[in-house]
Structure formats: C-alpha cells, structure tokens
Design a protein around this ligand. Structure first.
Ligand SMILES: Cc1ncc(COP(=O)(O)O)c(C=O)c1O
Length: 359
C-alpha cells in the first residue's frame, strides 16, 4: 500500500481503500483545531481582497514589526514564512551539506529537507516504552559531532513535550560545540506556557519554527514564521523565494496572533476533551501517548499487533485515523488521532467500543 505522506487526505485514502468517493468520513488524520478558523477571519480576508492586486511588501515590514513586538523579539529576529514547512526547508538550507541529527518519531519533512540539502543525518529513535524521553546522554555526546539538531516540540506524532530544562542543556552544550538547535514549535500555541522565545537572547544557536496553520485552522492560507539570531534570520531571508508569503496571509498575521479569546476558548475545549478521551482509553484498555496537545497516538493494549485491522475497522465505519507507517520507530504500530469536537470524539469512542465488543 502506498500510504500518503501526510494526514488530511481523505480523498486519497478513499481511493486507496477503493471506497465510494461520496462516503462521509470524519477526518481525525489532520491535527488542526476543530474550533477554527476564528469567525472574523473570512470577513477580514474579504476586506483585504484588493491586496491580491499588487505584490506584497517583499520584507513584510508592517506585519513583521507588529508580530515581533507582540512576541517580544526584535524585527531582525523574525522571518515570515509560507507555513512552518517553508521554515523547515529554510533551516535545512542554512546548514546545506553539513551534519545533522533528527529525533524520531517526528514530522517527516525534517528528513526530506535535510536530504534535499545534502545534510549528513544521524537518527535517534524514541520509544513508547520509555515515554518518548530523549536519550540525553548520547544526544549531548553527539552534539559535538554535528552542526544542527532538529527537535519537534511539542512532538508530532506523539504530542509529548521535551522538558525546557533538557532543551537548555542541549543549547549549553551546543554553544560549546558550535551546534544549532532547531526547535519546531508548530503546535506550541496549544501549550503557550511552554514556548521558548525567552531563550533566544541567551542562545544565538537556537532557531524556533512556528506555524499558524494548526491553531487557527488555515493550512490553505500558508502562514508561519521563524525566530533566531539576527545573523541567521538575515541569511535565511536572503535564501527565501521573493514574495513567498501571500498578501492575504501577510495582512491577517498580526490579527490572528493577537486573538487571545480564540486561543483561550481552544485551550478550554482541549482540556475538557482530552480528559474525556483519557478516561475512555483507560477504561477500555487502549494506550494513549502522554500528549500535551491536540493529537495523540493510540494502540490497543490487548491487541498491539492488530493496529492495521483497527485502522481498517474504523475507516470502513467512516472514521479516518492517521497511519504511522512513515514515522521512524512507529512503523504503523500506532494510529494518530486529532482531538476533535465533542460529537466527533464521541463517535470515535463509540466506534472503538464496537471494535472492543467485536473481539
Ligand atoms: C510538526 C510540524 N511542523 C510543521 C508543519 C507544517 O505546517 P505548515 O506548513 O502548514 O505550517 C507540520 C504540519 O503538519 C507539522 O506537523
């Protein structure tokens, strides 16, 4: 089976499974906020329509200034990007031909970007048995031999969070060995108290990658940014394709970030739903990864070898999980689910209860 590289592709999945295209599917495979986008966004984009008739400012000066002051960095430390994906590729390009390490299981684009820019890549693979904890000793040792370490924090697909203290230890060692730490914070908006911006001043070897896609449910608009030392950001801007961020995305970026009512509502929903899901999985004997965000890994504790069968069982009943065949270390033994609305999560739990009864 040729599994798609990313979630959020119900049509491709239906074709793979030779299912009727008109079949209604609840898509748990894309880890987007089900409450979004904020209600005002559509009207605001319509108001900004005329922006499409001209080129955007190539330096995005206005939104950059507003975003930087809101985040608490200087505008020289920030680069607007065409989603977190472009930020990943710009980071890999910055280290073109050098030595990297990636901690897996993680978002597949770090590996692809590193291959594209001919980095020599070492892999570290974390396990569920060890709660997806970093092997700190060997990582600290390895930092001496590499130029850049890619971390996903919070991590896609596990939802787990590397403790701040461990990131600091890695950064300290990185300063000694001239190694950069790239932290992809695409999901940090779901745990805002965990973000690492405050470390940028002390650690010029820290590069943070952000996405507005996930929290604000705008994957089609394409919007993200990266934060780092002035010299790094300047070099990355030189390598960026001109007008990479479209004028509409540029015009709404600050307003999105400042919508803290929307974020607060989201965090409240997430806390409530995660608790319900957690209790259900405990009761019915399913493994749920120790997630801090809006998605998690799932495995049937009683039938850990039968993940493919559960996947098929769910999908045939209109519930689409994210496969994990292209995550190093998981190899399809888990499924990833987004936390969705109460009604949708209930439907998922009902279908899993049916699976349990069918055994
Ligand atoms: C960890 C992580 N980083 C970055 C991205 C890229 O997101 P976008 O380019 O839509 O901002 C994704 C998308 O799934 C992701 O999971």
């Amino acid at each position: 089976m040729k599994w798609p590289d990313h979630g959020g592709q119900p049509t491709t999945m239906k074709q793979l499974y030779k299912m009727d295209e008109s079949m209604k599917v609840l898509d748990f495979s894309a880890n987007l906020n089900p409450l979004g986008p904020p209600q005002w966004l559509k009207g605001e984009l319509e108001l900004q329509w005329d922006k499409l008739l001209g080129y955007p400012d190539p330096h995005y000066a206005a939104s950059k200034e507003e975003l930087a002051s809101f985040i608490g960095v200087t505008k020289e430390q920030l680069l607007l990007t065409n989603g977190g994906a472009e930020a990943i590729f710009l980071a890999a390009k910055y280290f073109e031909g050098k030595r990297a390490a990636i901690v897996h299981p993680a978002f597949s684009e770090y590996e692809r970007a590193c291959q594209h820019y001919h980095l020599d890549v070492k892999s570290f693979v974390l396990t569920a048995e060890n709660y997806f904890k970093l092997p700190m000793e060997s990582l600290l040792h390895t930092l001496r031999d590499i130029d850049v370490l890619f971390l996903c924090r919070p991590n896609n697909p596990t939802g787990t969070l590397i403790p701040k203290a461990e990131v600091k230890l890695l950064l300290d060692q990185g300063l000694n060995s001239d190694t950069y730490i790239v932290v992809d914070e695409a999901f940090i908006d779901f745990v805002p108290e965990e973000e690492l911006t405050f470390l940028l001043t002390s650690y010029p070897n820290l590069i943070l990658l952000r996405s507005l896609t996930k929290m604000y449910t705008i994957p089609g608009l394409r919007l993200g940014f990266l934060l780092g030392d002035k010299s790094v950001v300047e070099a990355m801007e030189k390598a960026q394709i001109p007008w990479s961020v479209n004028a509409l995305a540029d015009s709404v970026a600050p307003k999105l970030l400042k919508d803290d009512t929307f974020v607060r509502t989201t965090l409240k929903w997430l806390k409530e739903e995660i608790e319900i899901l957690h209790a259900f999985y405990e009761k019915y004997d399913f493994y749920m990864s120790p997630t801090k965000v809006n998605f998690y890994l799932l495995q049937d504790k009683r039938e850990p070898e039968r993940t493919n069968e559960i996947f098929n069982f769910l999908f045939k009943r209109g519930v689409l999980p994210r496969h994990t065949h292209n995550f190093k270390g998981l190899q399809g033994r888990y499924m990833r689910f987004a936390v969705r609305s109460k009604t949708e999560n209930t439907r998922l739990m009902d279908t899993l209860r049916d699976w349990r009864r069918s055994q």
